[in-house]
Design a protein around this ligand. Structure first.
Ligand code: FAD
Length: 387
């Protein structure tokens, strides 16, 4: 099995600013932060790592939590935040949603994506507000012979590199949950146009916008049953939220580790920055938050991976969406001016703000948490002993 490509041995976040590296096995992986998401995906596929994310290597059997955590931690250790996002969306959502379909068109794309030969974009967010999904305008006109897709999607990871788009479209007007259907649209089909998002922060993920001008396809491009688009999305976005929490723990751990090495190596008065009480406490507070996220992730993972528990997934997303930006903000501050170097902590901090937005903003997932408040409070209760 070939190993992943090894290039730049840069530390976190800028080699010239980093303190001497320790020998922790987690931190010996060479980093190549210039690697694109599609190249990272190809490397994971070539190394045989993509299949380990699924039980028995079969995407239709569901997520193997340890496998997913290992692959995300590997991507995070070696590549940039955008490159890891590119892999995460495909592993947790795009491939499992595609696998709800059958037929030659679906199997062809699934095989190519699972081997790392091709990337697949998941295009749910429309030209309308992403937090108002049932208002999406992209249409799939379905008849006995096929489907015609018309509309547009914005801020889609892997858009500029994808061989195919998995498009959430409406086959009927109105907000009812049964009005939506997935369609597999080849990127080279007549009527498809892609333009990159103007984002230096996320260019490496292939982020872009795509429009569909009466794209005509055969019925084999319908993925799953007509009208089941939204329930399928809800199930699999739960797994994306778990993936975000697993990745968030790995990212915070790596950044905290790099920051600790920076602080312990940076001379200050008679000691180092690490010897300053306020610095240590600030760091420790961030460490506590990561441990909380880690504990919650461990506790919730079986329910999300096993039966798509939407409440547990929303809770995880709300936690990751606040913890990751907090921890990276604290670390960026502790890097001082060096944090502003190209590719430095301030850039990573800005990229990590996506944890509170992509795949469900913090406000939206907190609404879901609030809906389940009664159950959560019940779960926290203990028997009051008679006196
Ligand atoms: C780098 C990147 C990659 C992405 N990749 C993908 C992808 O691969 N596939 C895909 O489908 N989408 C993708 N997205 C889109 C992402 O899922 C959306 O950005 C997200 O769902 C939020 O939608 P929006 O940006 O339209 O925000 P809006 O809907 O415009 O909301 C803006 C803000 O309004 C506030 N708000 C909204 N609703 C509420 C509410 N109910 N209560 C309180 N406040 C609220 C929140 O503060 C929110 O951040 C990506 C986005 C980025 C930036």
């Amino acid at each position: 099995m070939p190993d992943l490509p090894a290039t730049d041995p840069a530390g976190t976040p800028a080699a010239e600013d980093a303190a001497p590296r320790d020998t922790s096995p987690c931190d010996t992986a060479p980093r190549d932060t210039a690697m694109s998401g599609s190249a990272a995906w190809a490397a994971l596929g070539a190394a045989g790592h993509l299949a380990r994310v699924y039980r028995g290597g079969d995407v239709r059997r569901g997520i193997d939590v340890d496998g997913l955590a290992d692959v995300l931690a590997t991507a995070d250790a070696r590549w940039s935040v955008p490159a890891t996002l590119s892999a995460s969306v495909q592993l947790a959502t795009a491939l499992p949603v595609l696998a709800t379909g059958t037929g030659p068109a679906v199997e062809h794309v699934l095989t190519r994506a699972l081997s790392g030969t091709a990337t697949l974009a998941l295009a749910a967010t429309d030209t309308t507000a992403g937090t108002d999904l049932t208002a999406l305008r992209t249409e799939a006109a379905v008849d006995a012979t096929g489907v015609v897709v018309t509309g547009g999607k914005e801020w889609i990871t892997n858009a500029t590199t994808a061989e195919s788009f998995l498009v959430l479209a409406r086959h009927r007007p109105g907000r009812h949950f049964a009005n939506f259907t997935w369609v597999l649209v080849p990127a080279d089909a007549p009527g498809v146009a892609v333009r990159p998002a103007r984002s230096a922060l996320y260019a490496g993920s292939g982020a872009g916008h795509v429009s569909f001008d009466a794209v005509r396809l055969g019925r084999e491009h319908l993925v799953g049953r007509v009208g089941f688009g939204l329930p399928v999305f809800a199930r699999h976005i739960a797994v994306e939220r778990l993936a975000g929490a697993l990745w968030g723990v790995a990212l915070c751990r790596r950044v905290l580790d790099g920051t600790r090495r920076r602080l312990t190596g940076r001379e200050h008065r008679e000691g180092t920055l690490w010897s300053r009480g306020h610095v240590r406490q600030r760091f420790a507070a961030a460490l506590v938050r990561v441990r909380e996220l880690h504990a919650l992730t461990e506790r919730s993972a079986p329910a999300v991976a096993g039966h798509y528990d939407l409440q547990a997934a929303a809770t995880l997303k709300a936690a990751a969406g606040t913890t990751v930006p907090y921890v990276l903000g604290e670390c960026a501050h502790l890097w001082g001016a060096a944090g502003f170097a190209d590719g430095g902590m301030q850039e990573i901090r800005a990229q990590a703000a996506l944890f509170g937005i992509g795949g469900g903003t913090t406000e939206v997932v907190l609404e879901t948490v609030a809906e389940g408040a009664e159950r959560v409070l019940g779960d926290l209760g203990r028997e009051v002993l008679p006196l």
